[in-house]
Ligand binder design. Structure first.
Ligand code: 6PG
Length: 469
C-alpha cells in the first residue's frame, strides 16, 4: 500500500485530528503522522480505516503519500516547525509540497520558503481559522506560496473549507508569506472585536445592571441583525453557561486576566514598523496586558474613587450599545484591512481585499455578516485606500455617530473604561479631519531640532530661527 494517500498531516492534536477527518469526509485518503503514539491511536480509533491511517514512522508516512506529496503541518509555531521540516526533507522528492497550517511569524515563513525552494520543495504558509470545530466542519483557510503548486492543493482545500452560500472560504492569497500575514492580521482584528464585545458587556452591566440572562437576550437579538457574527453568537451562549463548581454563572467565576499567544501583538508591532495606524488593535493588545496586572489593579482601585454611573434607561443603553458595537466592529476591519493593503505593497503580496473579505465570511473567528458588505465595497472599488472612503460605508458609519459619541461620553463620565471604543472613535475623528494640530508638532520639531517643516501655501522645505524676530 504505497503512494495511494492524497494528503498527509503532521501533528495529530485536536486541530490536526479534526482537520484530517474533515479531509477524509470529503473523499480524500489522508495519512497522519505524530511522534506521540497515543495521538496516532486516537486518530485510528475514530474509524474511517479505508480513508485514514496514521503512524509514528516518518518513512511509512512519506512512502504512503501520492506524489507530489501534499503534507500539512499542524504543530505549534516556532522551532518545532523547522525540526519537522528537517526530519521530512530526506524523504521528500522534488515538487513535493509542505503546508504550515499554524500561526507562524511571517518572516519565518519567508525564510523557510526560500530555503525549501532551493531544494525543489514548495512551502506554503497557510493560516487556518475556526478552532477545533472549524477544523472538523470547515475552517477558513488562508494559503500563500507558489501559485502553480497551489493548484495541487486547491481541490482538497476547497472541499474541506467552510462555505459561504456554497462559495469556499479559501483562496490563493499571494506569494511568500502572504497567507501567514493575512492570518496574523485576522487575529489582530479578532483581538479588537473581542475587546469591544467585552467593553460593551461591561458598560451594560455596570450602567443598568443587566443580568446574564438579559445579556444573553441582548447579544442573541444582535446576532440576528446587522451584528450577526461568530463572536456575538458565542458571547450570547457564554451568558447561559452555568458553573459546575458553584451555583452561579460560569462567566462571573472567570478571572479577568486575558492570556495571549502573540499574534495580536505581532499585528501591532508590524503595523508600527510599516507606519500604519491600527490603534484599536493596539489597544486590544494593551488591554490584555493591563488585565494581567490584577493585583496592582485591585490596589489602585482602593486608592482612587470613581464616579457613580450616570442614570440611563435600559432601552437607551442597549440601543446605543448596539450602534457603538456596530461602528467599532467596522473600524476594526477598517484598520486591519488598511494594514493588509499597505503590507501588500510593501512585501509584494498582491493581495486582493475583496477575496480576503470573502474567505472571512464563514469558518473563521472574525466571520460576520458585515464582511459581505466589505467584500462588495472592495469589489466595487478594488483600489480603495480605506474602507471609510467607500460610499457604501459612509451611510453605515454616519448613522451611528450620535449614539457612539453619546456612549463614549457616558462611559467617560461614569468612569467605565472603554479604551477600544474610544480609540475607534478617535481614529475615526482623526482620519476624517482635514485639519489636525500636527502643524504645532512640526513647529516644535523645527524649534528645538531644526527638523524643518513644509508650508500650506507654497512648495519647499523651510526652517525658522524661532524667537528671533
Ligand atoms: C483562529 C484563532 C487561533 C488563535 C486563538 C488564540 O483563527 O482560529 O485566531 O488561531 O490561536 O484565537 O489566540 P490568543 O491565545 O492569542 O488569544
Amino acid at each position: 500500500m504505497q503512494g495511494t494517500y492524497d494528503f498527509g498531516l503532521i501533528g495529530l492534536g485536536v486541530m490536526g485530528r479534526n482537520f484530517i477527518l474533515n479531509v477524509a469526509d470529503n473523499g480524500y485518503k489522508a495519512f497522519g503522522y505524530d511522534l506521540d503514539h497515543s495521538q496516532v491511536a486516537a486518530l485510528k480509533a475514530e474509524g474511517h480505516p479505508d480513508q485514514v491511517d496514521a503512524t509514528s514512522d516518518i518513512v511509512t508516512f512519506t512512502k504512503s503519500l501520492r506524489t507530489p506529496r501534499k503534507i500539512m503541518l499542524l504543530v505549534p509555531a516556532g522551532k518545532i516547525v523547522d525540526q519537522v521540516i528537517e526530519s521530512l526533507l530526506p524523504h521528500l522528492d522534488k515538487d513535493d509540497i509542505i503546508i504550515d497550517g499554524g500561526n507562524s511569524f511571517f518572516t519565518d515563513t519567508d525564510r523557510r520558503e526560500e530555503n525549501l525552494k532551493e531544494k525543489g520543495i514548495h512551502f506554503f504558509g497557510s493560516g487556518v481559522s475556526g478552532g477545533a470545530k472549524g477544523a472538523r466542519r470547515g475552517p477558513s483557510i488562508m494559503p500563500g506560496g507558489n501559485k502553480e503548486a497551489y493548484q495541487h492543493v486547491k481541490p482538497i482545500f476547497e472541499a474541506v473549507s467552510a462555505k459561504y452560500k456554497s462559495e469556499p472560504c479559501v483562496a490563493y492569497l499571494g506569494p511568500k508569506s502572504a497567507g501567514n500575514y493575512v492570518k496574523m492580521v485576522h487575529n489582530g482584528i479578532e483581538y479588537s472585536l473581542m475587546q469591544l464585545t467585552s467593553e460593551i458587556y461591561d458598560l451594560m452591566k455596570k450602567s443598568v445592571g443587566l443580568s446574564n440572562a438579559e445579556l444573553h437576550g441582548v447579544y442573541s437579538t444582535w446576532n440576528s441583525g446587522r451584528l450577526q457574527s461568530f463572536l456575538v453568537e458565542i458571547t450570547a451562549e457564554i451568558f447561559t453557561q452555568k458553573d459546575t463548581l458553584t451555583s452561579g454563572d460560569l462567566v462571573d467565576m472567570i478571572l479577568d486576566k486575558a492570556k495571549q499567544k502573540g499574534t495580536g501583538k505581532w499585528t501591532s508591532q508590524n503595523a508600527m514598523d510599516l507606519g500604519i495606524p491600527v490603534p484599536t488593535i493596539d489597544m486590544a493588545v494593551s488591554m490584555r496586558e493591563i488585565s494581567a496586572l490584577k493585583e496592582e489593579r485591585v490596589l489602585a482601585d482602593q486608592l482612587y474613587s470613581r464616579p457613580q454611573p450616570i442614570d440611563i434607561s435600559k432601552e437607551e443603553m442597549i440601543a446605543q450599545a448596539e450602534q457603538a458595537l456596530y461602528f467599532s466592529f467596522i473600524i476594526s476591519y477598517v484598520q486591519g484591512l488598511n494594514q493588509l493593503e499597505v503590507a501588500s505593497r510593501e512585501y509584494g503580496y498582491e493581495l486582493d481585499m475583496a477575496v480576503i473579505a470573502k474567505i472571512w465570511r464563514a469558518g473563521c473567528i472574525i466571520r460576520a455578516e458585515l464582511l459581505a458588505d466589505i467584500a462588495d465595497a472592495y469589489t466595487a472599488k478594488p483600489d480603495l485606500a480605506n474602507l471609510l472612503l467607500s460610499p457604501a460605508f459612509v451611510g453605515k458609519v454616519q448613522g451611528t455617530m450620535p449614539a457612539v459619541r453619546g456612549l463614549v461620553a457616558y462611559a467617560v463620565q461614569s468612569g467605565i473604561p472603554v479604551p477600544g471604543l474610544a480609540s475607534a472613535l478617535s481614529y475615526f475623528d482623526a482620519y476624517t479631519s482635514s485639519n489636525l494640530p500636527l502643524n504645532l508638532i512640526q513647529a516644535q520639531r523645527d524649534h528645538f531640532g531644526s527638523h524643518t517643516y513644509e508650508r500650506i501655501d507654497r512648495e519647499g522645505i523651510f526652517h525658522t530661527e524661532w524667537g528671533s524676530q
